[in-house]
Design a protein around this ligand. Structure first.
Ligand SMILES: Nc1ncnc2c1ncn2[C@@H]1O[C@H](COP(=O)(O)OP(=O)(O)OP(=O)(O)O)[C@@H](O)[C@H]1O
Ligand SMILES: CC(C)(CO)[C@@H](O)C(=O)[O-]
Ligand code: BAL
Length: 336
């Protein structure tokens, strides 16, 4: 499939509308992660609908000293990849087309959630993101817009904007696509040398260590729920004179108390991997590691239950990367 390349709002609006329109917004330098979003958009639009991919490197969301100038721009390859993944059109406007009056004076404010984690490291970033997302939603007028979970805070803020400001557009989340060794696909990966890429694997490595610690805790909690029954069985076996089986059951019933774990243990397991990478050559410089409530991106407490997000941001050489994993916390003593 060949995608049409459109660069002005006039060209976009001249397109005849057919069926459901699903939009994937990107900054270009498309990779397999973007292709996953475009394929999901194709599913949503259906064979009679329309998939539009936007490619725009938005100056408003870059801070001073960030990589706006060196951000990879590969429009021809992007149009080919978008077409192969099922897009009907690529909308790649110029900065003047998006901001005809220069820097917009009226902008969307991302509010308190926009000042945490990514927002704390990149002041003003999410105001810039939401302002351009709002503009691109107005320009493309989709029924549904798809965003990657890789940018979990961005996704949460877009959902919040759409709800708070009644955009009436369906926001669809797409899970993070990874390389075989775990590294989250990202346009910025192309900045990495081979040695930097090895160090960068600690981002996903730390998340997986946190996830594994979490799974081990869940297993312990499940065991702890069985302990009273196991004690009772051990005692019954004792009474029957089955001393070996009784000893086994007593041993099983000594399951460690899972209450020593929880979010703190998950953070600690992830932290160990990042501390190791900080001593690697080249080293990883941690920006943040956080285990947060995805509804507001505040740190969760030990008694938190529900969906949480383990998120990390770090610099390797001159490249700043982010990654995250969702984790579900059940109440202690109950299955999650
Ligand atoms: N690995 C991935 N898996 C799923 N979605 C992704 C992935 N990488 C990016 N996306 C999503 O694609 C959309 C466009 O993202 P963007 O163009 O910034 O790509 P990126 O690879 O994240 O770039 P960058 O390296 O600049 O962060 C966003 O919704 C983003 O979450
Ligand atoms: C949503 C977005 C296209 C807005 O510029 C950008 O932040 C991105 O690519 O994730
Ligand atoms: N994918 C998030 C866009 C940015 O880093 O500016």
């Amino acid at each position: 499939m060949t995608a049409a390349l459109l660069s002005t709002a006039t060209e976009l609006h001249a397109r005849e509308r057919r069926g459901r329109r699903a939009v994937v917004m990107t900054m270009g330098a498309l990779h397999e992660g973007h292709a996953t979003l475009i394929r999901a958009a194709r599913e949503i639009a259906g064979p009679h609908g329309e998939v539009v991919v936007t490619v725009f490197v938005n100056p408003l969301q870059f801070g001073a000293g960030e990589d706006l100038d060196r951000y990879p721009r590969t429009l021809d390859a992007d149009v080919r990849l978008a077409g192969r993944a099922g897009a009907d059109a690529v909308f790649a406007p110029s900065v003047d087309e998006v901001y005809p009056g220069g820097d917009p004076q009226v902008r969307i404010s991302a509010g308190p959630m926009g000042e945490r984690l990514e927002g704390a490291s990149r002041p003003g970033h999410f105001d810039g993101v939401l302002t351009v997302v709002a503009k691109l939603l107005h320009l493309t007028r989709p029924d549904a817009a798809l965003f990657g979970q890789k940018d979990a805070q961005q996704l949460a803020l877009v959902r919040r904007m759409v709800r708070d400001l009644n955009f009436g557009i369906e926001i669809v989340a797409v899970p993070t696509a990874r390389e075989a060794d775990g590294l989250a696909l990202s346009s910025r990966n192309r900045y990495l040398s081979a040695a930097e890429r090895r160090t960068a694997l600690a981002l996903s490595g730390a998340l997986f260590a946190g996830r594994d610690r979490h799974a081990a805790q869940q297993a312990l909690a499940a065991r702890a729920r069985e302990v009273p029954a196991t004690h009772a069985r051990a005692e019954a076996l004792d009474r029957l004179g089955e001393s070996r089986a009784a000893a086994d059951a007593h041993a099983v019933a000594q399951a460690p108390d899972p209450r020593g774990g929880g979010p703190a243990a998950v953070r600690a397991a992830a932290r160990l991997v990042l501390d190791d990478a900080a001593r690697a050559v080249p080293p990883l410089e941690l920006d943040y590691l956080a285990l947060v409530d995805p509804s507001d991106f505040t740190e969760i407490g030990e008694d938190f239950t529900g969906e949480a997000v383990l998120a990390v941001a770090a610099r390797v050489g001159t490249t700043r990367l982010i990654d995250n994993l969702p984790l579900t916390f059940g109440p202690l003593g109950a299955a999650s």
